[in-house]
Write a protein that binds this ligand. Structure first.
Ligand SMILES: Nc1ncnc2c1ncn2[C@@H]1O[C@H](COP(=O)(O)OP(=O)(O)OP(=O)(O)O)[C@@H](O)[C@H]1O
Length: 275
């Protein structure tokens, strides 16, 4: 396995945010982290990337503790796609993608012709060749997200970690990014790339045919294939609302929250009577 977490406790200094977390991520697999706001997804990501020390347990990258590896070693194995925020300075989109090559260059290396070709190939693959010379700070949120995914591709790491990759995308771009994630996992290289992503949309885990780690209060509520983990009972327990999981005629599963007000109506007909 490329990345393993064993009995991981996560948090900040003496503040524990999560515990007892176990996961594996490897080539050709997609792992979705799902759970309510504040359940610890970002904290888990930061720990998996070696940016935050584990409070206990271990993160192993390529079989070795991540805490014993340099940033450059980690970057050769994991590419991180953060949420796309506008940067304060103008950059050409191609320059942003070229930053993915940094981990592959020596200490004072400048990107060369080959790095440029790899960056352009990554942009082509994501259908954003037309953005090469555009100012990244003036792109739309969705275009920026695609540039950051191209940067991760250019990094040529076997594992890609994405923090809510569809958060700022419109309906069409969400579908496009999900299709790209599927294709990355089935990559032309024999065993494909591993992808770990967080999302707030359980339907995406079905669409990606992913493994799911469903988190609640910093712990694993359920872990396994989407069809086993994303049941109405599990989703209702974790999100605190009634949810049903239904099959569409095309054979896909979708999660439907019940939208009626839950408690008995507080406004009686008396309240509507004008005194
Ligand atoms: N730097 C920090 N120091 C202390 N506590 C923090 C810090 N950052 C986040 N937390 C706390 O850790 C908990 C988990 O937060 P985290 O950002 O990991 O959740 P999340 O699942 O990513 O949430 P969301 O879905 O809203 O992005 C929260 O209670 C949060 O307040």
């Amino acid at each position: 396995m490329m990345l393993e977490a064993r009995e991981l406790a996560i948090g900040y200094g003496s503040t524990e945010v999560g515990r007892g977390l176990n996961l594996d991520a490897g080539g050709g697999e997609i792992l979705c982290l799902l759970g309510p706001n504040g359940c610890g997804k970002t904290t888990l990501f930061r720990t998996l990337l070696g940016l935050l020390p584990a409070l206990s347990g271990a993160v192993l990258l390529g079989g070795k503790p991540i805490s014993a590896q340099s940033r450059a070693e980690i970057a050769r194995r994991i590419a991180y796609v953060p949420q796309a925020h506008a940067p304060p300075f103008p950059f050409e989109a191609l320059e942003v993608v070229l930053m993915g090559r940094t981990a592959r260059l020596g200490a004072f290396g400048q990107p060369g012709r080959q790095d440029r070709d790899i960056a352009l190939t990554a942009m082509n693959r994501l259908g954003i060749a037309d953005l090469v010379q555009r100012d990244y700070s003036r792109l739309s949120g969705g275009q920026r997200q695609l540039v950051l995914i191209a940067r991760a591709l250019a990094q040529e790491a076997p594992l890609i970690v994405m923090d809510e990759p569809t958060a700022s995308l419109d309906f069409g771009n969400q579908a496009q990014v999900l299709a790209q994630i599927t294709s990355l996992a089935q990559d032309e290289a024999k065993d494909g790339r591993g992808v770990i992503l967080s999302t707030h949309d359980p339907d995406q885990a079905f669409a990606l045919n992913a493994q799911v780690l469903l988190m609640k209060d910093g712990t694993s509520h359920a872990h396994g294939p989407a069809k086993d983990v994303l049941t109405g009972a599990n989703l209702s327990a974790v999100y605190g609302i009634p949810v049903s999981v239904e099959n569409t005629t095309s054979g896909r599963k979708v999660c439907l929250p019940k939208l009626e007000a839950q408690s008995a109506p507080t406004m009686t007909s008396d309240a509507l009577t004008i005194a």
